[in-house]
Design a protein around this ligand. Structure first.
Ligand code: PLP
Length: 407
């Protein structure tokens, strides 16, 4: 097998850290991933040798920085197989990308009485911006439910679609249920009614190969920090025709063509959507992270993580006192669960003392927790550098938690 997890681990210096004297077992990758040396070195080198504001200067450093920034855009374009590099907009992350579309698309196309459809399993980042839009425009939010297995009830979508439906926003992979939603099916149904679809790819892009043209989504959003890149950088992909049609979401330098006090005309794509000094260092770092994923082999990464998922589910199920949330047949690599009679926070704090980093709480998806009548759960989310041994450590940790609480 070409994928060598032990070799991969050597690239991530933080994995050598000790936590309270124990080896770090980092299972909070759904929140953010650790960074490999090539990404760390690239950011360092950029600051040492190439730093300068992009697009503005004719001097050597500015040209170097601009070239690196635009090359990162092409790297991302090729990674998600967008048709044009100007369909790739650098933002600060998934949240900014979705807010940007909600604002700009909303300004242009959403009016009083119109409707937006989302799903019950969305992250708050794909709920609240649409709610804010609906409040601004006096529009209405509708929700596709999921069943107790964590499977989206796509058969309910057609009855939710009305003449007044303006956009559907759906997550590709769930950050709480791990469900991989049938986005192609949703998009093809939506397009039959000429409704555009935004896909939140924050939890899919790091774990599987994504082809936005094949998917045929109209907008696609994701974050650099969840895919081994830096924080504060992310992507909004939009089909050219939509990006041409909607107004910019921020005004300022770089996004303009001619500015007078009477009227301003906007720059061409993608710059129309990149106002101000962009996070060019982050963009270059993200480009390096994409290269890292490509070199590791995104399909090998997916296979490795699928193995971890299966292994973790099997071991958790065997314990007998664990409730798992999300049993969809197609899943990405995370598990969320509760332990009978033990509060998630208590479990999380004790696991932490053993060096095991898991997430506890609502994971920014309160409606999902409400669906199951719980106020939170525990999440272990896997990345390419995790191992079966780390899952064994998690299980051992859970057993200790159970013993401490008298089980
Ligand atoms: N969407 C999903 C599915 C997520 O899991 C997250 C982060 O956890 C976000 C959106 C928001 O990402 P960011 O905080 O990087 O903007």
């Amino acid at each position: 097998m070409s994928f060598d997890v032990h070799k991969i681990r050597e690239d991530f210096p933080i994995l050598q850290e000790k936590v309270y004297g124990n080896p770090l077992v980092y299972l909070d990758n759904g929140a953010t991933t650790q960074k490999p040396m090539p990404v760390i070195a690239c950011i360092n080198d950029f600051h040492r040798h190439s730093n300068s504001s992009i697009h503005r200067g004719v001097h050597y450093l500015s040209e170097q920085a601009t070239e690196a920034y635009e090359q990162a855009r092409i790297t991302v374009q090729e990674f998600i197989r967008a048709k044009h590099s100007h369909e790739i907009i650098f933002t600060s992350g998934t949240t900014a990308s979705i807010n940007g579309v909600a604002f700009s698309f909303g300004e242009r196309f959403v009016h009083a009485g119109d409707e937006i459809i989302i799903t019950e399993m969305e992250h708050h980042a794909n709920i609240v911006p649409w709610q804010m839009l609906c409040e601004r425009k006096n529009a209405r939010l509708k929700v596709i439910p999921f069943n107790d297995e964590g499977i989206l009830q796509v058969d309910k979508l057609e009855e939710l679609i009305q003449d007044k439906t303006r956009l559907i926003a759906v997550m590709h992979a769930s950050n709480t249920l791990a469900t991989l939603n049938p986005v192609k099916q949703i998009i093809s149904l939506a397009h039959r009614y000429n409704i555009p679809v935004l896909v939140d790819g924050a939890q899919s892009v790091p774990h599987m190969s994504v082809d936005v043209q094949d998917m045929d989504c109209d907008f696609f959003a994701f974050s650099g920090h969840k895919m081994y890149g830096p924080t504060g950088i992310g992507i909004l992909y939009g089909k050219e025709k939509w990006l041409d049609d909607i107004p910019p979401f921020q005004g300022g330098g770089d996004m303009v063509d001619v500015v007078t006090f009477e009227k301003t005309t906007y720059n061409q794509l993608p710059y129309k959507f990149e106002a101000g000094t962009s996070n060019y260092v982050g963009a270059v770092g993200l480009g390096k992270a994409v290269e890292y994923l490509v070199t590791a082999g995104i399909n090998d990464v997916a296979d490795h993580e699928h193995d971890l998922l299966q292994y973790a589910v099997g071991r958790l199920d065997n314990l007998g006192y664990v409730t798992l949330y999300g049993r969809a047949p197609q899943k990405t690599s995370l598990v969320t669960f509760t332990l009978r009679d033990i509060h998630p926070y208590d479990a999380g704090m004790i696991l932490d003392k053993m060096g095991i980093a898991v997430r506890t709480g609502t994971h920014c998806a309160q409606p999902v927790m409400r669906h199951y009548g719980i106020d939170g759960n525990i999440r272990a989310s896997f990345a390419m550098y995790n191992t079966r041994e780390e899952i064994d450590a998690l299980i051992e940790g859970i057993q200790k938690v159970k013993t401490m609480f008298g089980g």
